[in-house]
Design a protein around this ligand. Structure first.
Ligand code: ZN
Ligand code: ZN
Length: 248
């Protein structure tokens, strides 16, 4: 018994020491995902674009993404690369995680949501390594914005300066709304969100005022379904201006 007490005391002492150390060196969530501080070179077009998947997706999803990107951003990309599935390490998956109530009316379960910076940190590194103009992550995980943590369960976000974006496919699934799964509708939504975020990297942060344009800001799933894959005439003109500026 005395021996046991002694160990208990020792453990408590170490725990306190560790706690002090953590406070002293100032570990906090915001420091956890420090993004690359170097200012990236300006986007040059055409460029190479890469896709990284965080989760299980149908094999032919990438083919469909490629088909639409080639059609809508005709000649903007030298190549569209599938960089495969990224496996988070156990430590990384739990980093920065917050729990929130699920965003559907009936449910009261809490769900783990992840900061967008966690993805940007990985994407920036990959973009530089692979010499890509831009890089896109598609994940099944629910996200919150690292720049404004009131923005939760977002569909997608772009880091303009570092030319990377992340799409969360969780809320694009019919199952999220307690409806029957529908792969066709799901993939259409994923592709629209990808075109939207790539559109931001090329055209900037503005949204379009035309609710059938892919650059319309979708407040909910219905608004994603109602918009087209393509840019409206006014956004198309902007794309053509950019093409003319880069001379391709
Ligand atoms: Zn947007
Ligand atoms: Zn538009």
């Amino acid at each position: 018994m005395p021996r046991f007490q002694k160990y208990e005391q020792k453990i408590r002492k170490y725990k306190d020491k560790l706690k002090n150390l953590i406070t002293r060196i100032g570990i906090s969530y915001t420091d956890e995902f420090e993004l690359n501080s170097e200012v990236p070179k300006k986007l040059s077009l055409p460029c190479h674009i890469g896709f990284l998947f965080f989760g299980e997706y149908n094999e032919d999803l990438f083919e469909k993404i490629m088909f639409y990107l080639e059609k809508i951003f005709d000649s903007f990309f030298f190549s569209i690369k599938n960089m495969g599935t990224y496996n988070f390490s156990f430590e990384l998956i739990s980093k920065g995680v917050r729990t929130e109530y699920r965003e559907i009316r009936k449910s009261s379960d809490k769900i783990k949501i992840h900061p967008t910076n966690k993805f940007y940190q990985i994407l920036i590194k990959k973009r530089i390594e692979e010499n890509l103009g831009m890089i896109i992550a598609v994940t099944d995980l629910p996200l919150y914005s690292s720049t404004d943590d009131n923005i939760i369960f977002l569909f997608g976000e772009t880091h303009l300066k570092h030319r990377c974006c992340v799409i969360s496919s969780l809320k694009l699934k019919e199952q999220f709304y307690n409806r029957e799964p529908n792969l066709f509708i799901f993939e259409q939504r994923v592709i629209k969100e990808i075109i939207h975020e790539v559109g931001h990297i090329i055209l900037g942060s503005n949204h379009c005022i035309n609710n059938s344009c892919v650059m319309w800001f979708s407040h909910d799933i219905k608004e994603i379904d109602n918009k087209l894959f393509d840019f409206c005439d006014s956004c198309k003109t902007k794309l053509e201006q950019i093409r003319a500026n880069y001379n391709f």
